[in-house]
Design a protein. Structure first.
Length: 218
């Protein structure tokens, strides 16, 4: 499988949004999680969780966090000694540029080429950054590799959310590295659909709301 690295418009767009301000609602924040509706028909995004970054210009970009493939880093680079003992699974990041390799990783220092997501987590598609990551197999748990990425035209994602195709959750660092991708969708779907406790609501109102939600789920 021949892969190439992302240097061009994608990286420029990702980097441009790094300084964006956070607003009150998750869908208005610079970084957030998308959880597909159970009835999502697009096979690329069915039962998917997407780490999403909203660019200042153009539409949002992201990578799917819970679609591991059967391909490993060793499969991609069979002749490289620095991956010979690694068992990293490569994830399907999305349908855009499926021959491109991206990687999410945790770093205490800013890499020469990379988008700051939140905290000390970055996304990059730079070959020099990859070389540095592979020098530190002891940090493999804080590294994720993706083929392809997810992207939407300006206004497209907002329309899909409005039509009920996606639930929107605040960004959660645990989703990037700590959550089991096999159970991530169910875990975050429950989080997205659990009845919200309204401030000042009486116990009776909360009980009735919960009962109504339960009826809808049966």
């Amino acid at each position: 499988m021949k892969l190439r690295f992302l240097f061009s418009a994608l990286f420029v767009a990702l980097t441009a949004c790094a300084a964006g301000s956070l607003l009150a609602q998750p869908e208005d924040e610079r970084v957030f999680l998308l959880v597909s509706h159970p009835d999502m028909m697009d096979p690329n995004f069915a039962r998917s969780v997407v780490l999403t970054v909203r660019a200042d210009a153009g539409g949002p970009l992201g990578v799917i966090l819970n679609q591991p493939t059967s391909v490993t880093l060793r499969d991609l680079y069979p002749d490289r000694d620095d991956v010979a003992k690694r068992d990293d699974v490569v994830f399907f990041g999305g349908p855009v540029q499926p021959d491109a390799l991206l990687f999410a990783f945790r770093s205490a220092t800013k890499p020469p080429q990379g988008l700051l997501v939140e905290d000390n987590i970055y996304i990059s598609g730079n070959s020099a950054v990859l070389e540095e990551l592979l020098r530190h197999p002891e940090h493999a748990e804080d590294q994720r590799f993706f083929v392809g990425y997810s992207g939407w035209a300006d206004g497209q994602l907002e329309a899909e959310i409005e039509q009920g195709g996606w639930y929107v959750l605040p960004y959660d660092t645990a989703a990037v590295f700590a959550m089991d991708p096999r159970s991530m969708y169910e875990q975050l779907l429950r989080r997205a659909t659990v009845p919200r406790m309204e401030a000042g609501a009486s116990p009776r109102r909360l009980s009735m709301a919960s009962a109504g939600s339960s009826r809808l789920q049966h």
